[in-house]
Ligand binder design. Structure first.
Ligand code: GRF
Length: 221
């Protein structure tokens, strides 16, 4: 029997409810998953996701950005917490602070983010409202490496969902969120197991199946 490989130590950074954090926690409960959630960190001490993390026996840290004079001060304290917990990989999951190049560069190739749109479309906020206003037939979610530009960086995984007649930002957002909970654990698994190579803008995935089926919307009844 070969010894199990050490699992990569991951910090999940949140600001709110933490449903993506919960999906990562669930995936990492499998001992075969190549990463473990070693820390959940929030810039908001009242983030509901912190309680969920604690209930799951995960270490938590709240670093209130409002208690720090500058973005740099806040990030330095955050960096110290990550180092103190021997963190190797960082997952941003609804973390609502813009990060400076100083912090981002410390985690190049080791920090990923989930965004509720098919990047490079709809960077920033209110993605579901904007997709509905544009009348697109497909919308979705992306996981990407974090670079200094907001919602930029090589894309690791995407999921597309149809936009249906009668959708509201709420119904469309719920359909997207269900897929976020699928692709974030997938992306972390690929990163933690060393299967990703960044080649310019493209992320190459070792062992990709080469499947070419398409999702077409609308589908007829
Ligand atoms: C998700 O839609 C994520 O894509 C975005 O912020 C939201 C966070 O939701 N970056 P949750 O806290 O993970 O439930």
């Amino acid at each position: 029997m070969s010894a199990a490989l050490p699992r990569r130590r991951v910090a999940v950074l949140i600001s709110g409810r933490g449903s993506n954090m919960t999906s990562l926690l669930a995936a990492t409960k499998d001992p075969a998953f190549p990463a473990e959630i070693a820390l959940v960190l929030s810039n908001r001490p009242d983030a509901p996701g912190l309680a969920t993390a604690r209930e799951n026996g995960v270490a938590t840290v709240a670093i209130d950005h409002k208690q720090h004079a500058s973005r740099e001060d806040f990030e330095r304290v955050m960096q110290e917490a990550l180092v103190a917990h021997n963190i190797e990989l960082v997952c941003l999951a609804g973390f609502m602070r813009i990060l400076t190049p100083w912090f981002v560069e410390r985690w190049t190739g080791r920090m990923i983010n989930i965004h509720p749109a098919l990047l490079p479309l709809y960077k920033g906020l209110h993605t579901h409202e904007r997709a509905l206003a544009d009348g697109v037939k497909l919308h979705g979610a992306s996981v990407h490496f974090v670079v200094p530009g907001m919602d930029e960086g090589p894309i690791i995984a995407q999921a597309a969902v149809p936009v249906l007649d009668g959708d509201t930002p709420g119904t469309l957002g719920a359909r997207v969120l269900a897929q976020e909970h699928v692709i974030y654990p997938l992306a972390l698994r690929l990163l933690a197991s060393g299967r990703l190579t960044v080649d310019g803008a493209r992320v190459r995935t070792a062992g990709e199946a080469g499947e070419t089926s398409a999702l077409v919307a609308p589908q007829l009844a």
